[in-house]
Ligand binder design. Sequence first.
Ligand code: GSH
Length: 214
Amino acid sequence: MKLYYNPLSTYSQKVLTALYEKEIPFEGEVVNLMTPEGRAAFEGVSKLGKLPFLVPKEGWQVPESTSIIEYLEDEFPQSRPLIPAARFAARQTRFMDRMSDLYLNDPAVELLFQKFGFRPVNEEKASRAQKYLALSYSHIDKATATQPWLTGQDFTMADCAAIPPLFYAQFVMPFEGHTNLAAYYQRACERPSYARVKAEFEPIWNGLLSAPRG
Ligand SMILES: N[C@@H](CCC(=O)N[C@@H](CS)C(=O)NCC(=O)O)C(=O)O
């Protein structure tokens, strides 16, 4: 099973966190979508051109981070579950996964890319992104006041989705005033799965921050 990913990509980090939680072996191939050659080569593998992308030895090749985790859940039933068996808890997990992708990950990336010049500054998009990010912060802060993880006592797909964007979100909206959110992210950093993901991407990120920009 091969995973096409980039260590800096939040959606790749979401799937890597799930793979490490589940202790499922895979072959990783790093893709660089920032260069025309890297993008063209990857579009030969997946026309969608989006990371992550999972290619099992046989059968359906899976794009979309949530679908990849659902695939892992079904195909590796002995591994640590990331979607609870109980229907209500499963629905909550899937709901928080969607909320994290749409109203935390995408806005954090929009603001980060505008801040660092990868996307043109657009006040309207920025203020919408800030609104969603603030709502997500409040929600996570409230949810984690009484439980360690987003949907309860267990680490789930919702946490795989929410944690990676929080690293970048801090650069555009600090956690100040959200002590439970800050503690939640700290807990995530101590979780072996995400700690492993972070150990791979953080040095690359720090290198980018310290590189001279023209
Ligand atoms: N909904 C997709 C989003 C994937 C996505 O946007 N990935 C980014 C990297 S984090 C990407 O491939 N961007 C390249 C592009 O949009 O051209 C998922 O959950 O996997």
